[in-house]
Ligand binder design. Sequence first.
Ligand code: FAD
Length: 310
Amino acid sequence: PFDVLVVGGGPAGAAAAIYAARKGIRTGVAAERFGGQVLDTLAIENFISVSHTEGPKLAAALEQHVKDYEVDVMNLQKAVELIPAKDLGGLHEVRLENGASLKSKTIILSTGARWRQMGVPGEDEYRNRGVAYCPHCDGPLFKGKRTAVIGGGNSGVEAAIDLAGITAHVTLIEFDSQLRADAVLQAKLRSLPNVTVVTSALTTEVLGDGEKVVGLRYRDRNSEDEHLVELEGIFVQIGLIPNTEWLEGSVALSNRGEIEVDARGATSVPGIFAAGDVTTVPYKQIVIAMGEGSKASLSAFDHLIRSSVL
Ligand code: FAD
């Protein structure tokens, strides 16, 4: 069995694995896709101390750094069930889709999250070429340009307020007949001169010129009229879904499906920790996921020495 088994190979999982391996304990990482969301990212300009990098490059560096240590990396392995130890000091079990089962004294859950997509023509084609999901990450790339935010919940309205300060203009598009964000955010949004709010609107298409986004088409749900907005950037803010479907019934999840963790990264089950986008920790970012992964790993080590199972 492992001393520490990390499930998920994004920034949080990679950091957790490196911190564990550096303690000289038996460490494994099982990941469906090593690199995680970073693999789907183009420019990264907020990975502190690195002015500019690209997703695939950072993902390769993550994997190389993990492989510098004696870590059992099991890539392309999907976890389908977590069976917590029956008694304190017992082994936790993770079942994989291929039928195999992994056992470990401690577990670090770092299966990340995925952005809900609009599912309209052009969205996939122009991802990272105008279609973006993270205003903290990609907002500055659209400095002085015209943008739209899809989604009028708290994250959409926060994104629109954020982008209004950087970009030339923001069109906020909400499907419902009214915004769902907190009143204080809506008031702030409506006070901004360069924001247009469109409600009862269904986005139907992302338009591009073959290279990059040039516009957005939406349908007015009341009149059924089609409208075209010319712009350079579209931020989709219709939900971030934690990858916790496989964890239901094993560790405590919030009402949004995120794993509940304390300040040490501990979940509701002793010996099981969690880190990164999959948890209740706010602000889903690479540096935050790495910090949380390192922290969860140190907590797992602390748990091992305190429960004297090492
Ligand atoms: P993830 O990166 O989501 O990794 C999760 C890991 O778990 C993956 O290896 C996945 O395959 C694996 N996994 C999932 N389910 C299972 C399962 N059942 N069994 C086994 N493995 C599983 N952040 C920034 O700081 N700067 C940026 O510029 C930036 N740009 C972004 C651009 C895009 C397009 C996207 C989508 C995100 C961007 N982010 C950016 C956010 C950043 O990528 C995430 O915050 C970060 O990757 C979270 O790391 P994580 O390790 O928690 O999760």
